[in-house]
Write a new protein. Sequence first.
Lengths: 80, 312
Amino acid sequence: MSKENIVSYIQHYVAQLLALEAREVQTDVEFASYGLTSSTAIALIGDLEQQLGRELSPALLFEHPTIEAMAEHLASAGGA
Amino acid sequence: MSDLETLAPESATTTRGGVPAAIRHHYDASNAFYRLWLDDSMTYSCALWDGATAREDLARAQGNKLDYHLQNVAIDRAQRLLDIGCGWGSLLKRALAHPKLESATGLTLSDAQHSLLANERVERLHVRKESWITHQPSAPYDAIVSVGAFEHFARPGQSSAEKVELYREFFERCRSWLTRTGRMSLQTIAYGTLQPHEASEFINTHIFPDAELPIPHEMHLALRDVFELVALRNDREHYGRTCELWFQNLRKQRQQAVALVGETKVAQYEQYLRMSSFGFYSGKICLLRLALAPLPRRAATVAVPSDWGSPS
């Protein structure tokens, strides 16, 4: 998946969780400020794993705390 | 509905300070199941990474953690050790490598842990199926360790004042069992940014029923005038990592795990380990390690002769 596709995927995901329009979800804002609960966060990680076909760490949400940073990391080769 | 509601009710005197049915619900799932995803020492609590330990090396990080607690209680000079909530005995066994240690006593409320340890018949190791509420030592200890048990002492719905009172009772008992120069080391999960009312219903129902985490200030209040807080670490990221490695181990052994405990339970544990990992990484929950030294009991008020105090 390209970085743009990953950005869009996560944007839509978070939008659906929070009942927002995807364009209202800013990509340079920390995940924490969207108030993800532990279960919604790991659901996102689980769905991203299925999309990308590889195992991901829940720590990613802290090591790359915005949609932009996360997508950048995931799109780069070998980012797990 | 809680899984526990199907179990026989227990009286208040046997549930204070840890509900046996709740302990059995979690820890008696199957020793073989836990063996699949814990490290070889079967240590089921947060590990400790120092600079020299690789991120993937769970066994070494668990050893570091055990050594950390044993150092906190000055195990080199200890003769009698008590481990409250001893699990499958990894800390007791590690402690017994110190030749001066005459006895290592473990308390657990889990049938599975108790019978496994009792059947191993390790010399100098004594395991008792009882709670700290009912424990009556035959002689004082000079070292007390408790790792991952404190989370089970209070119950959901208890007020903060009730929790503090219970924790204080725990610390007072521990102090009364320690020699004057004895030491205690404690490890527990505690609330971080998560509010008690926001806690996951899934975890509270299916994984750890009838358990309530401490809030750090409740522990401080309970310790006051009983133990000096010598050192305090919050190693929440270490627990995030530990849960992640457990999850990966479980994933690798998934088929065997399903054969042992069924698909539903395996899926629940996968969910719980990942949620916990996220909870620690995000700071919703934290992992406290405390080194404690007993404070002298306040002497009873001494009657001061009436001619004292005023300069003659």
